[in-house]
Design a protein around this ligand. Structure first.
Ligand SMILES: Cc1cc2nc3c(=O)[nH]c(=O)nc-3n(C[C@H](O)[C@H](O)[C@H](O)COP(=O)(O)OP(=O)(O)OC[C@H]3O[C@@H](n4cnc5c(N)ncnc54)[C@H](O)[C@@H]3O)c2cc1C
Length: 404
């Protein structure tokens, strides 16, 4: 049954209950640093230079930004974080965040590692409800781009694409056997068509009974809402259940720059409002079609998360309806994740892991995302400071401050 109370994301004591005072203070220092645009740029530049010169900076990175945003350097080193999130009803999506693979050997290694995340999830499915992979972790982006352009492939490229198909199939097949759904991330628009095609091929094979394979819809692309609707129509025709992960999209600047440079129409919504409207319409479409699809909402936007919760409420769905998941990234938007989980919704967080050096592109993206816009502190920093203040007040009043 639905519940009439509106979910609130204000309670920072719930949001940060899993963080000790020391961890919260460390988070405050990290976010305060990246909040300053010039300090953030300087730090990113210096770290890039130091890594390039092979200076021993990995230890410092590991103890600071890495620990805040990542689970560890290997699957097993994520155990503490997995257990901690599970204690508060939040699932973990182990995300092997090594980027920039170019060789078949690298793609095979990423596939093997993804299979290990499925195995790990199988051992504790309540704590690890999904696994995930990035298409360009198992496929050469130049090849995907060539296929999307419609260029003829050489015999070697055709074989290379067959290996990509086999990697997709191996991961999705293993996910099916383990009954652990797999999310296929979306990247650049110029490589997405073959990824979509492969995803639907996998869904037709493995989503007969339930949604095991999920494709990602980036609602900042004008094409994505029509794509979502036609994907559901196709799923109906071919008799499988659609797995739909909705996000806004992470590569707006790159998408716009490429379109301008190459002289084709900008594929992105004209402004943020249009993007927000498309995202919310996508959520509504999914909730209206839960008889035929499963939804994962990947967003840090409070309004969108609240909107999805209210849609569920309007339709009389229980908070724990197993067809609807809310997802955020580890180290961000804990106010959304932990308050939703406390209210009984299904919530999971991507937990990136991998060798420090290899996850640096991921950490640089998080730093840029949390840099102050127009002089305002980033939302994460505001929330962390609010909680630090609250704990200070409580300890003055002689109460326990909480925090793991
Ligand atoms: C669990 C999870 C999984 C994710 N998986 C993917 C993935 O597979 N692929 C991917 O690309 N991203 C992915 N993301 C990132 C996501 O796409 C967003 O970049 C990020 O979450 C910020 O968007 P938001 O919904 O949280 O909210 P907000 O912070 O409210 O929105 C910011 C987003 O709005 C859009 N936007 C901003 N300004 C404009 C503008 N002027 N015009 C049009 N649009 C604008 C951009 O997409 C921007 O990222 C994922 C995020 C999460 C939490």
């Amino acid at each position: 049954m639905g519940n009439d109370t509106q979910v609130s994301f204000e309670d920072t004591s719930v949001a940060f209950s899993y963080k000790s005072d020391a961890a919260l203070k460390k988070a405050n220092s990290i976010f305060a640093m990246v909040n300053h645009p010039w300090i953030s740029s300087l730090a990113i530049g210096s770290v890039k230079l130091a890594l390039g010169l092979r200076l021993p900076v990995e230890g410092i990175i590991k103890k600071t930004a890495f620990d805040h945003f990542c689970g560890g350097v290997s699957i097993d080193s994520c155990d503490d974080e997995i257990a901690l999130l599970a204690k508060f009803g939040v699932g973990t999506i182990l995300d092997y965040s090594v980027e920039g693979e170019h060789s078949d050997r690298g793609f095979d290694q990423t596939m093997e590692e993804t299979l290990r995340t499925i195995e790990k999830a199988q051992q504790n499915r309540a704590a690890m409800p999904f696994c995930v992979f990035k298409p360009t972790g198992v496929a050469p982006s130049e090849l995907l781009e060539k296929i999307q352009r419609g260029d003829a492939l050489t015999a070697e490229e055709t074989q290379s694409f067959e290996r990509v198909r086999t990697r997709f199939d191996t991961i999705c097949g293993r996910a099916f056997e383990a009954a652990i759904p797999v999310l296929i991330d979306a990247e650049h628009s110029w490589t997405q068509d073959p990824v979509d095609a492969l995803s639907y091929e996998m869904m037709a094979k493995y989503n007969r009974e339930r949604a095991i394979v999920f494709n990602t819809f980036q609602l900042y692309r004008t094409i994505s809402l029509p794509n979502l609707k036609s994907a559901l129509a196709d799923a109906q025709i071919h008799g499988f259940r659609l797995g739909a992960k909705l996000v806004r999209g992470a590569y707006m600047e790159k998408e716009r720059a490429r379109a301008a440079e190459m002289g084709y129409p900008d594929p992105i919504q004209p402004d943020k409002e249009a993007c927000d409207r498309a995202f919310d319409e996508g959520l509504r479409f999914c909730v209206d079609n839960l008889a035929k699809l499963d939804l994962v909402c990947g967003s840090h936007n409070e309004q969108s998360n609240r909107y999805l919760a209210s849609l569920m409420n309007e339709r009389g769905l229980s908070h724990g309806d197993e067809r609807v998941w809310f997802a955020q990234l580890f180290g961000m938007s804990d106010n959304i994740s932990f308050n939703l989980a406390k209210a009984g919704y299904r919530v999971a967080k991507y937990l990136p892991y991998g060798p420090v050096r290899s996850v640096m592109p991921y950490l640089f993206r998080r730093a840029r995302e949390n840099t102050s816009v127009a002089g305002q502190s980033s939302r994460e920093l505001v929330l962390i400071r609010k909680e630090l203040e609250r704990r200070k007040r409580e300890s003055k009043n002689g109460k326990s401050t909480g925090g793991a």
